[in-house]
Design a protein around this ligand. Structure first.
Ligand SMILES: Nc1nc2c(c(=O)[nH]1)N[C@H]1C(S)=C(S)[C@@H](COP(=O)(O)O)O[C@H]1N2
Ligand SMILES: [Mo]
Length: 556
């Protein structure tokens, strides 16, 4: 219902809505920073959206945006929220209560999302609710500040003893107008005719209100972000870096011939900073090793609960293992090789005592992600680890600090749980891991694949002798041969680099003589079991891509 006064222009109301929304989010961020960063409404809603995203859409997002997929999602949510807030502002012209109700609804959605996150605590309701309160307060304040009523003198005008309101609607905005015989200053609100509605607002009060509102939103939002990142996890990583235990069982040195050192070819060891990152976490979970524990329970004789100190006291071993993401399409980037330091999973499980009939190891992360790993794979002697370090460095937070699982030969989604906190020994017919109900196969052995790194697809290269090089992987089997074909001709065997074992990728290279013109170069690998990767293309879903990687180049 109208209060009878002239209404604010729609854009002013929309602006007020957006500023109030920003105040709500900023304050929510601050409260989240003080309590739990994951409980920020945008992060919580985004997280729920990630968990509800159909596999095909997730696939598309990873393909299209790569590791920026999270940034794109958050930006999208913020844009949608800004549009909604603008709409609520416009509604508030009719009655502030409409805008307030709208804000409350969004606060409840945020609170519901935060409360239903897998790692939710009872305090997680606070950021959304306090944020909405602040937003509602900002909304009513800004609307009241900006509105001008014919019967109310303007603040500035009143100070000058003049009435701001003009009875001459045709008076040009910002110009002194005659009102009841008095003149007023340039502070006169613009008064315009639009249809039959008289729109007016107090420009100066709106401006100061907007600046203060944006200031509050910015300061609280930034403060919340700072609080969230200045937690003790970084400090704990630094302390651990000084006391990182030495391996009881060091890995064999990486053979000198493992890296062919060809420009453009993936280095044998992927630096941590270049290592691909794939996970469902919008905010990297902060897990303090001082309070970290790992429960091993389920179908075991003796459940175990391990502290981080307990883990460090165990014999630690190193292993060179190449991780691969099931979402990696043919020729894709989601594969990387690192030296991991950790405790042997099989030893721990043996201590707990696996009961007959158990065939699945369900690992759970701090943020609720789960992976289901076949028990027989973990127990067959391969270097399945609870890893605490990566390439000689404390595990980076993005890669699972303080502890993650690494199992050679299995795609990450069924084995490589980061920020791991729980291990349940169970059965595939009794439990389901995160990606299974989302359309991905319950089991995910890595498929034998190969990739051309140099030249790149679409490159212009000089005609004549050209080095073609890349990587091939068949973890826990090992790569036996790589062949390269130019323009559908004969398959020629590439030179293979050395490898420390069967669990890493293997570099390869070959020299080809390319005449002037366009060429298609294709690669295929054969693993140690004698299996040659299939030509048949399969997309990543449901259990990993297959097909030959081909590139096109122009020699000139
Ligand atoms: N907690 C958690 N762990 C996770 C995931 C996840 O979403 N959450 N994704 C898995 C997937 S799909 C892959 S491919 C690997 C990637 O590990 P990286 O990010 O260290 O490369 O982590 C695995 N571990
Ligand atoms: Mo993955």
């Amino acid at each position: 219902m109208d209060d009878g006064g002239p209404r604010l222009p729609a854009w002013v109301a929309a602006l007020i809505g957006v500023i109030s929304g920003a105040v709500a989010l900023g304050v929510a961020q601050l409260v989240a920073g003080l309590t739990n960063p994951d409980a920020s409404p945008v992060i919580a809603v985004g997280g729920s959206m990630v968990d509800r995203t159909p596999a095909a859409l997730k696939e598309w997002a990873i393909r299209t945006f790569g590791s920026n997929d999270k940034l794109v999602l958050i930006s999208g949510i913020v844009v949608v929220l800004a549009l909604i807030a603008a709409g609520l502002g416009v509604l508030s012209r009719r009655r502030v209560g409409y805008g307030m109700t709208g804000l409350l609804v969004f606060g409840l959605i945020g609170a519901a999302a935060a409360m239903t996150r897998p790692d939710a605590g009872s305090l997680d309701i606070l950021p959304s609710l306090v944020g909405v309160g602040a937003g509602a307060w900002a909304l009513s304040l800004l609307i009241r500040r900006a509105e001008v009523h014919p019967w109310e003198p303007l603040e500035d005008a009143a100070a000058q003893g003049t009435s701001a309101w003009t009875d001459d609607p045709d008076a040009p905005p910002g110009q002194p107008a005659r009102t009841s015989g008095e003149t007023i200053s340039v502070e006169t609100p613009p008064v315009m005719r639009a249809g039959d509605d008289l729109y007016a607002f107090d420009r100066r009060r709106l401006l100061t209100g907007a600046v203060v509102g944006l200031g509050v939103a910015g300061v609280t939002g930034l403060g919340g972000k700072l609080l969230a990142s200045s937690n003790n996890v970084d400090a704990a990583r630094k302390t651990l870096a000084k006391t990182l235990p030495r391996p009881t069982i060091p890995a064999r040195p990486i053979p000198a011939g493992a890296d062919l050192r060809i420009k453009g070819l993936s280095p044998f060891v992927t630096p941590n900073s270049d290592f691909y990152r794939v996970d469902t976490a919008l905010v990297i979970p902060g897990v303090d090793p001082a309070s970290w524990t790992l429960k091993i329970h389920g179908l075991v004789d003796k459940p175990i609960e391990l502290t981080f100190a307990d883990l460090l006291k165990r014999p630690l071993m190193e292993a060179d293992v190449t991780l691969t993401c099931v979402s990696n399409d043919v020729g894709g980037p989601y594969v990387g090789n690192a030296r991991w330091l950790g405790a042997r999973l099989a030893d721990l499980l043996r201590e707990a005592g696996i009961k007959p009939g158990a065939d699945m190891l369900l690992s759970t992360s701090k943020d609720g992600f789960t992976a289901g790993t076949p028990v027989d794979v973990v127990m067959d002697g391969r270097d399945a680890l609870l890893a605490i370090a990566m390439n000689g460095e404390v595990l980076p937070t993005a890669h699972g600090f303080p502890v993650r699982q690494v199992v050679p030969g299995l795609y990450g989604y069924v084995s490589a749980t980061k920020w791991i906190t729980d291990l349940k020994v169970t059965r595939f017919d009794q439990d389901e891991a995160y990606w299974t109900p989302r359309g991905w196969s319950p089991k995910g052995p890595i498929k034998t694949e190969s990739r051309i790194d140099v030249p790149k697809d679409g490159d212009d290269i000089p005609a004549g002798r050209t080095t073609i090089a890349g990587v091939a992987w068949a973890q826990h089997k090992g790569i036996a041969a790589v062949e390269v074909q130019v323009d559908g001709g004969e398959w020629r065997e590439a030179t293979l680099a050395q490898v420390p074992g069967p669990d890493t990728w293997r570099q390869w290279s070959i020299v080809a003589d390319l005449a002037k013109g366009k060429h298609v170069i294709t690669v295929r690998a054969t693993d140690v079991t004698g299996y040659t990767q299939t030509l048949q293309y399969a997309p990543p879903a449901p259990d990993g891509a297959t097909g030959y990687h081909s590139i096109g180049v122009k020699a000139g």
